[in-house]
Design a protein around this ligand. Structure first.
Ligand SMILES: [Zn+2]
Length: 335
């Protein structure tokens, strides 16, 4: 009987995991979902116990019930660790300037970026990984080295201490697949699951692959309704510091290779802060080879980390801090 209960608990745990992973419930919603699932599942287990213990005394039945409670306890613990929840940052109503930096594609140039970040003790940086493209070499299409790290290299701890998020599994032009919900979900959630297996932390943010022309509202809706991804970054610089209106359509402030990068940041640093502000910066490691801009990026990182009054956050942390205020997707927003 006890063994049966344990098996039931394990199966139940597995059910919870697939629910959280497949339905796209965000971190906090999952907790609610877990509670609900637990509530509805519990009586079934009870019934089973009662049926099987019909012929035993009341005392024995009580013992069974106690055992049931004991074995179920671990299942009620949050089974999945979601990214960005342990920033330690508290929003106390005082407006702040938030700053995000992120890089797409996990190419070999990231090693230099990581070295720079570590030099300035700057770990609030997000890297977007496509787990279906480990070791892929796209150099010929880019003109400089564009080699992604292998799974083994990433497992060796290159990105340890940094935020590893999704860039979809195979970096496909998703607009061509938007009528195939299953495929899109596999690209998004499949990548998130793989990253979870790799790091033990479940990502809830991503960068849309291939640039904004490949993103449609239909894709956003699929992501919203069918996956756990709750924030997705586009590629069009706004040069503004406003928070996004929908997190599944977050447009960055600036790109690392833009000539205006430093002047944009200076405006941000000097701006009066009367409401929460965001400077969202993105780029690719391989651009540093295209423009030979390693020094430029290091100078930018030095400036950012030495500027006072700025809250450095990973993209995952930004999502977690604002998830209750900014909707992920607005159904009737203009196309
Ligand atoms: Zn990319």
């Amino acid at each position: 009987m006890k063994i049966k209960s344990i098996i039931a608990s394990i199966l139940f745990g597995a059910m919870l995991f697939s629910f959280a992973a497949c339905t796209g419930a965000p971190a906090d919603a999952t907790t609610e979902a877990e509670k609900t699932a637990e509530d509805t599942t519990a009586p079934e287990t009870e019934t089973e116990t009662e049926t099987e213990t019909e012929k035993v005394t009341e005392t024995e039945t009580e013992t069974e019930t106690e055992t049931e409670t004991e074995t179920e306890a671990p299942v009620t613990e949050p089974a999945i660790k979601y990214a960005g929840l342990d920033s330690g940052i508290v929003r106390d109503g005082t407006p702040k300037k938030y700053f995000c930096l992120c890089f797409d594609d996990t190419t070999r140039q990231d090693l230099k970026i990581i070295e720079m970040c570590k030099k300035y003790n700057y770990y609030k940086v997000t890297f977007f990984l496509s787990t279906g493209l480990y070791g892929a070499d796209w150099s010929s299409g880019v003109g400089v080295e564009h080699k992604r790290f292998t799974k083994k290299e990433i497992q060796s701890g290159i990105y340890d201490g940094f935020d590893l998020a999704s860039h979809t599994k195979n970096h496909l032009p998703l607009d061509q697949y938007q009528n195939n919900v299953k495929k899109v979900v596999d690209e998004l959630e499949g990548d998130a699951k793989n990253i979870y297996k790799l790091t033990g932390v479940y990502p809830v943010v991503m960068a849309w692959p291939g640039g904004d022309p490949n993103v449609t509202r239909k894709l956003m809706k699929i992501a919203y309704e069918n996956t756990s991804i709750r924030l997705a970054r586009g590629t069009t610089s706004t040069h503004k510091f406003e928070l996004p209106k929908e997190t599944l359509w977050l447009q960055p402030t600036a790109e690392i290779s833009e000539a205006t990068l430093m002047s944009d940041f200076k405006r941000f640093a000097e701006a009066e802060c009367t409401e929460d502000m965001l400077f969202f910066c993105w780029g690719h490691g391989y651009e540093l080879d295209i423009y030979n801009s390693y020094n430029k990026l290091e100078n930018f990182i030095k400036t950012v980390t030495e500027t006072e009054g700025i809250e450095l956050v990973t993209v995952s942390e930004f999502y977690q801090l604002f998830k209750d205020e900014i909707p992920a997707y607005i159904e009737d927003a203009a196309e």
